[in-house]
Ligand binder design. Structure first.
Ligand SMILES: [Zn+2]
Ligand SMILES: [Zn+2]
Ligand SMILES: [Zn+2]
Length: 251
């Protein structure tokens, strides 16, 4: 799971208001963040929050993260309760459960990289690892690694995506192509983001996912989302679990 190539530069809008950065009236021209917040053109030199696109004053980290995104960051075990419950209960309501033990590791990306969990570069946000024995049975726990510091909605998106990989893993050795596996995981994350209580941030993430030009993530999602619309999520999962992807128009 990688960070999508986000377009967070904003643009000119047709109505103003108070600036989300300095609180003053934005005047006659203004910028808009990807979550719809307006801000003064004069802040254009500031670094933009990597999550919501709002300019950040006194950025403490690189890439920058704004105050509101930082406040919501899932940094440690203490922050896990609410998002874990939100994703877990939503998945259960969709009839999706992981019967196998799952180990969740929340650590800074550098540590996940040195532990051999993150392998695809600095934009990686999550990973799912597992091993099957010679009979196709899972051995040991399914390990999900997620980068510490994601704002809650982004954390839930990554967790729901990795949940998709875990569902496919418990069905046995891969029966689908990487693009279908990533597409299914993205489709599950999209389903979660659109589920109950979706706000501006969830809608922004969903829009970025659907528009992503990445052939694996964006391409996979568009492929699988089409099958999900047509056959339903559970039917698609069942087809993938049983090696009958072609039955739902996938391969
Ligand atoms: Zn993935
Ligand atoms: Zn301002
Ligand atoms: Zn932000």
């Amino acid at each position: 799971m990688r960070l999508p190539g986000a377009d967070v530069a904003g643009g000119l809008a047709s109505r103003g208001g108070n600036c989300a950065v300095c609180g003053l009236d934005v005047g006659l021209q203004w910028m808009v963040s990807s979550t719809g917040q307006v801000w003064c053109v004069s802040h254009r030199q500031l670094p933009l929050c990597r999550w919501c696109g709002l300019p950040v004053r006194n950025a403490l980290s690189h890439p920058a993260s704004c105050e509101s995104c930082s406040r919501q960051a899932v940094e440690s075990v203490a922050d896990l309760g609410q998002p874990l419950h939100q994703v877990g209960s939503h998945m259960a309501s969709l009839g999706l459960t992981i019967r196998h033990p799952v180990k969740l590791i929340l650590k800074p990306p550098a540590q996940l990289t040195s532990a051999g969990l993150f392998t695809t570069g600095p934009d990686q946000l999550g990973v799912t690892q597992w091993t099957h024995d010679g009979y196709g049975r899972l051995t040991g726990a399914i390990t999900i690694g997620i980068a510490a510091g994601l704002p809650r909605p982004h954390f839930r998106r990554v967790l729901a995506h990795e949940f998709g990989h875990a569902l496919l893993a418990q069905a046995g050795p891969a029966k689908v192509s990487p693009v279908v596996a990533e597409g299914f995981s993205e489709a599950l994350a999209l389903e979660h983001l659109r589920g109950s209580g979706a706000g501006a941030v969830e809608r922004q993430i969903a829009a970025q996912m659907i528009a992503s030009e990445d052939p694996l993530y964006g391409g996979g999602l568009r492929l699988v989302a089409f099958a999900v619309d047509r056959y339903g999520l559970k039917a698609v999962l069942h087809a993938l679990e049983t090696g009958r992807a072609a039955a739902v128009g996938l391969r």
